[in-house]
Design a binder for this molecule. Sequence first.
Ligand code: FAD
Length: 477
Amino acid sequence: MTRIVVLGGGFAGLEAIRVLERQYRRRADIELLLVSDRNYLLFTPLLPQVASSLVEPRHIVQPIRDIRGARRFRFRRDTVCDIDLAGRRVILAEGTIDYDRLVIAVGGVTPTFGIPGVEEYALNYKRLDDAVLLRDHLIDLAEHADHEPDRERRRRMLTVCVVGGGYTGIELVAELEDFFSSCVVPRYRGIEPGDYRLMVIEAGDEILRGVHPTLAERAQRRLNREGIEIRVRTRVTRVLPGAVEVSGGTQLPVGLTIWAAGVKGHPTLSGLPVTRDRLGRIVVSNTLQIPGHPEVYGAGDAITIEGNPGASIPIIPAALAHARLAAENIIADLAGHPPAVIDFAPRGMLVSLGERDAVVEVMGLKFSGYLAWLFWNALHLYKLVGFRKQIQVALDSGRARASARSREPAPSRRGPRLRSRLESPGIARCRLPGRLSGACGRRRFRSRGCPRPGPRPGGRRELALREPEGSRRPGCL
Ligand SMILES: Cc1cc2nc3c(=O)[nH]c(=O)nc-3n(C[C@H](O)[C@H](O)[C@H](O)COP(=O)(O)OP(=O)(O)OC[C@H]3O[C@@H](n4cnc5c(N)ncnc54)[C@H](O)[C@@H]3O)c2cc1C
């Protein structure tokens, strides 16, 4: 029996197992095992819409057991703690498994660059529970600011600082602008349009690096027009309760700091005796094998391909391309054929700029505005797995947008079933689809993790939003 193990149930892991499954469907001598610490696939492009309450959290996840259906690969929900490359074993929180071929696709985490206060006072923005937590904090901020009589304090409470001007940070801030202007201001009588302030802090020379300069400039103009402050060439040196300190020691008062500063390699793999790039990602060859361990392949955000930065960017199409090739090379290897090399270049970039605006570069074609926004929506709906999810997300956004435009929250005859965009459910009530889910809540369903010396990789689960001296606590859960 040959056992092929895939680690990580994200875009890369699921794609790898899909290709392997298709090939080995009828082979009883090959065992396929997928291991992941979450039992669902998270559709990350729609995370900003979860944070801004436009889309329900459970509508952007797909349970792996549903995807698996009647297929023959096995799924094990467990946490990878280490890999014994020499012994060909994966050490999990709940046991150990041997492998003959291995695909590492555990994704990445957001780097903090060792900046003090990030773990304690900034919200992470990577996982589903991060987005739900963020949504709760935003609603709490509005609730507290609504009855704050002092305008200066109110404005400080409603100052949201997004650190990181990549597409995740920019899409988020654009979505937050919509949230404040079309949801918060019309509904909270104590909050006026000038009371909230959104800013993006980017250490590099420009926002949206990797996007065509014309489109990046267009995006920047649009955000400036909306009143969003963009500070480039600015480094955050410390995050404090109620402030961020930037290069030169200046402290900017903020109500909430959101950390969206890129991707680095997964800390679980930091002990592996392999080469890593400066971001801690595992370096693989252009056949996606780990040098010295041809039976181990890497895919997705966890890796970088030696000498091929263009094919190593942390986006979904790259993760899918890596995974397909890793699986095909395993198939070739087991059949005694030589491996193929990666041939991937991103074919475009799509960035949503909130309601009715986006910038799109696809196959050399560049466009922006309403048409681009329609394209962004259509493509992301299409990419969601399953017709039911597509309908649910379309209905969520349609309903939220319609109610935002109507300005008044219409009393619903259907009572609590129709939830307002401003209802803060609390993270413990964040439920995943159907009966098969349950990886999101902090208090419920927590799986046994590996003992770790430091904070959890990928962010924190508790945020110490401590009360700044002399001010009221902005967001409490
Ligand atoms: C907010 C946000 C928005 C984004 N928007 C876009 C977009 O619009 N377009 C785009 O192309 N890309 C986007 N991305 C990037 C995209 O999500 C990633 O490039 C992609 O998810 C990488 O796939 P992956 O399979 O390598 O990692 P992931 O999708 O992160 O999957 C990793 C899997 O490994 C599991 N795992 C992690 N650690 C362990 C462990 N120790 N044990 C077991 N399992 C583990 C995780 O639970 C997860 O299931 C976005 C990312 C974020 C955070």
